[in-house]
Design a protein around this ligand. Structure first.
Ligand code: K7E
Ligand code: CUA
Length: 875
């Protein structure tokens, strides 16, 4: 009923909105588009709710697990535009991750028992918290296949640490931060022996174990401290998802499980399969443990066993200290999610149609009064299910995960089998609404939906199957994330986003304004450590050193160190010659300060690649084990002379004799020709410099220093300009020595620097004009757009005579100027005989064409011209 009513209302509202927009656009343009694309009014409203105009930003940023890709996917909400893939457990060439020395070190922190692992199965990203709310500083994510946790620094969205679990053989129930990021909870999944030895499956109950690892996190440096971390031993039930308590339940952790049957399968020996044996019991166990108390216990040697160099608290110790309990939960559950205040713990049983809501105050009371219904085979006290439940609700088939909204008691649950999201109330235990999704939803992601302060507005359905939702791209389909508007009484599915990178499980969303990533590094930073790189090289310090095994400079040494710099558009040095067999280390510093001026680097055929963000120093290393000539180049199209940003690595065999090639005689310029070219080059440079000086004068006159963004651009520009005197000196010296050819080349370099200066300088000027000019009316704004898109700007450049006259002052040039210009725009042909127009046609050898502007567009253009005249001094 409500749903029907709501759809009707939005239809009516939609029609009104469309009507308004359509009339504003004029000529029913929107209706035309809708008709052509077969869109309904509701489609258009949904589009408007998710569309970001060019340059627009999103309100929320989502960090999604990348599933089997071993990465993290970053996208914006509501636009659902992908912003980044963060390389985590998997090499990622674009970012140089795994192809340069420093990132390879991070990737190799994830080796297990000495074995290199180059992929991961990421499931649960978690954002660091302060008082149970996101602080936007760190992101942790688990690898289920190779039990590891990675830490990503949100100041640059790079992976900074990988730690491997020394006792688990798989881990699924992580990563979950405690409310002040003191610890990260990470539960095992498939029980296995903690040691690294063989134990027959018949000894499952004796030798196989589950557990929860409690990783100590230092939130100041963003690192897991392994020596202060520990694992709580648990029975070989398959521990699954977990959540940290908060508010009233702060200090506690909750982990559910399946296979409390401790079934071990054996299809091949005639046993029923795992899926039957592991789901026989009506209930499994919710594990309730006091991590705060366990952390204190772990500090005392007598409470822990050391296995593979890692601290383990045995079950008996946890039990003896009243720090571990079990509560029955409906069979084979999946998600366990603590409410924003910490009082309600909702468990979803994927084989049960119900959600079970446990109440923390009831659990606490049972623990306090030691009211147990018994003990499990490992001696862990069991609390009564009924007495700890607040209640159960029938939701539908296959409930999996939950998210919260700011509305009191409101919770959203995914129904895997029914392919639905259900909205219900965990306090009143009433179902409120259901929305179909496509298809087989796993996790769902609310906006900060599992913090102490959920933001509401949207829910994202992370569907396991897409089936028919997108163009067929072959049997392997993309995943389908669907954005749902939850701001109304009923849910409304807004848009589908295909995600073609692994199978994302959990995703977390944070308010965009809580993130404060940098745009550049301090010069010479090793981004992986945050410290100054040993290979930091400034302009003028570029060099090639040969060292011996002891690290001493030695012309006979076999270790070649190249200290290089990168700046638009050259790599210094440009020629490197080494001997076959040399161990080559190249340090690369990107000297740029300009935002987004990344350079990439590779040496062909050596399987190395680095991405150098502004200010970053990176390192590559390889053995020059093949002879030959190997071009190296910048792999990011960084400037007009990007293709020229290259050099040669030449590897020669020291045991070979090379016969030099016969030199071909080629024609060259004579002295007069060279001199003429030199003079021409200098003249071009002088003219270019004059343009720069005029821009500088404008910037100074309009106090650019008062505007932060403009000042930053000016700094970038002067970075380039400041390099000119040194080049000029070299040019003059060469000229004096009579090497005119060299002098010309240095003058060319000066021109390159000037062009780069002018490029940024003009951008700064444009930005400044916008800041100091009078505010544009809506009509003038529309006029400027029409001027650009309607073709006017093809011939007219404001402030300059181009292939058409400058339009500054155009309205004043004629009596009744506005009318005159308007007439001319609408029907130019009729005025070709007007004496003024005639003279212009003669001068420019061009006729003003009819651009078929309508009345409104013409009016807007005139408003724009008025705005130009108001600000004529700026153009
Ligand atoms: Cu896929 Cu959280 Cu690993 Cu459920 S988990 S879906
Ligand atoms: Cu630097 Cu291309």
């Amino acid at each position: 009923m409500t749903k029907h009513f709501n759809k009707l209302t939005s239809l009516v509202l939609g029609t009104t909105l469309v009507a308004t927009v359509a009339s504003a656009a004029g000529g029913g343009e929107l209706e035309k588009v809708m008709k052509a694309r077969g869109l309904t009014e509701n489609d258009v409203i949904r589009a408007a709710k998710t569309y970001n105009p060019t340059g627009g930003r999103d309100e929320f940023i989502v960090f999604s697990s990348g599933g089997q890709s071993g990465q993290v996917i970053v996208y914006g909400v509501p636009s659902m535009r992908i912003l980044k893939y963060i390389a985590v457990f998997t090499p990622e060439p674009w970012q140089g991750y795994g192809y340069d020395v420093d990132s390879l070190k991070i990737l190799r922190q994830g080796n297990i028992r000495g074995r290199e692992i180059n992929w991961g199965d990421t499931h649960h990203p978690a954002l660091s918290e302060k008082d149970g709310k996101y602080d936007g500083r760190w992101l942790a994510i688990n690898d289920k296949a190779n039990p590891r946790i990675a830490i990503i620094d949100l100041h640059d969205f790079e992976t900074k640490q990988i730690v491997s679990n020394k006792v688990f053989k798989s881990a699924h129930g992580g990563a979950f931060f405690t409310p002040n990021s003191e610890y990260i909870l990470d539960a095992a999944q498939y029980a296995a022996p903690f040691d690294n030895n063989y134990h027959p499956i018949e000894e499952y109950k004796e030798s196989y174990r589950g557990g929860v690892t409690i990783w100590k996190f230092d939130d100041k440096i963003g690192k897991i401290i392994e020596k202060d971390s520990f694992t709580v031993e648990m029975p070989p039930y398959m521990q699954d998802l977990s959540d940290s308590g908060k508010g009233v339940s702060n200090g506690w952790g909750f982990t559910n499980s399946f296979n409390t049957e401790m079934y071990t399968g054996g299809i091949e020996v005639g046993m029923p399969p795992n899926e039957a044996g592991m789901s026989r019991n009506d209930t499994d166990f919710l594990h309730v443990y006091n991590w705060e108390k366990l952390a204190k216990l772990a500090k005392d040697k007598k409470n822990v066993k050391i296995i593979n160099g890692h601290k383990v608290i045995p079950i008996e110790v946890a039990v003896k200290n009243d720090a571990l309990f079990l509560i029955p939960e409906p069979k084979s559950p999946h998600g366990v999610d603590v409410s924003p205040d910490g009082e309600y713990i909702t468990v979803c049983g994927k084989l049960d149609t119900h959600a079970s809501v446990y109440k923390w105050s009831k659990i606490k009371e049972l623990i306090k009064s030691k009211k147990y219904t018994g003990k499990d085979p490992y001696g862990i006290p069991i609390l009564d299910m009924k007495s700890s439940l607040h209640g159960q609700v029938e939701l539908g088939l296959g409930p999996l995960h939950n998210q919260y909204s700011p509305v009191d008691g409101e919770i959203y649950t995914s129904l895997y089998v029914d392919s639905q999201v259900v909205k219900w109330n965990y306090k009143t235990l009433k179902v409120l609404d259901k929305e179909n999704v496509h298809y087989n939803i796993g996790h769902l992601c609310g906006m900060e939906g599992k913090t102490a302060d959920p933001q509401g507005k949207y829910i994202i359905a992370l569907n396991k199957l897409a089936i028919d939702r997108f163009q067929n791209v072959g049997p392997l389909h993309p995943q389908n994330h669907q954005l749902i508007d939850i701001s109304g009484k009923t849910m409304d599915l807004l848009v589908d986003m295909p995600l073609p990178l692994g199978e994302p499980h959990q995703a977390v969303a944070i308010r965009a304004e809580k993130l404060h990533p940098h745009v550049r590094y301090k010069m010479g930073t090793n981004s992986k450590t945050g410290k100054e790189h040993v290979g930091k090289t400034l302009a003028g310090q570029e060099r090639i050193e040969r060292r011996n095994a002891k690290g001493k400079i030695d012309p006979k040494g076999k270790n070649v160190f190249i200290y290089s710099t990168f700046v638009r558009s050259h790599i210094n040095p440009e020629r490197i010659t080494v001997n076959k067999g040399d161990n080559v280390t190249m340090y690369m510093t990107n000297l740029e300060r300009a935002q987004d001026e990344t350079h990439g680097f590779t040496v062909d055929n050596f399987n190395v690649h680095a991405s150098l963000e502004p200010g970053e120093t990176a390192e590559i290393n390889f053995i020059a084990d093949i002879e030959g000539v190997f071009p190296y180049y910048c792999t990011e199209f960084c400037s007009a002379l990007h293709l020229e940003m290259m050099g040669y690595l030449m590897v020669k065999d020291p045991n070979k004799k090379y016969v030099s090639a016969q030199k071909i005689k080629m024609g060259t310029m004579n002295k007069e020709q060279l001199d003429a070219e030199y003079k021409k080059t200098v003249a071009v440079n002088d003219a270019t410099d004059a343009v720069i000086q005029s821009v500088v004068a404008f910037l100074k006159a309009n106090k650019f220093g008062d505007h932060k963004t403009v000042a930053a651009l000016v700094t970038d520009a002067f970075d380039q300009y400041g390099q000119i005197p040194a080049q000029k000196k070299l040019a003059d010296e060469a000229y004096k020595k009579g090497d005119i050819e060299k002098a010309i080349l240095f003058e060319n370099m000066i021109w390159q620097l000037m062009v780069k200066t002018a490029d940024v300088g003009i951008r700064a000027k444009d930005a400044l004009v916008r800041l100091v000019a009078t505010k544009q009316s809506a009509s003038a704004q529309a006029g400027e757009r029409t001027f650009g898109e309607g073709g006017c700007s093809g011939c007219h450049v404001i402030g300059k005579v181009s292939s058409g006259p400058d339009l500054t002052g155009a309205l004043q040039r004629h009596e009744n100027g506005e009318k005159w210009v308007s007439k001319f725009i609408l029907n130019p042909e009729e005025m070709y005989d007007d004496p003024y127009v005639k003279s212009m046609i003669d001068y420019f050898n061009l006729k003003m064409p009819n651009q078929h502007m309508n009345e409104q567009e013409t009016k807007d253009i005139i408003e724009y011209l008025k705005w130009i005249d108001e600000n004529a001094n700026l153009f």
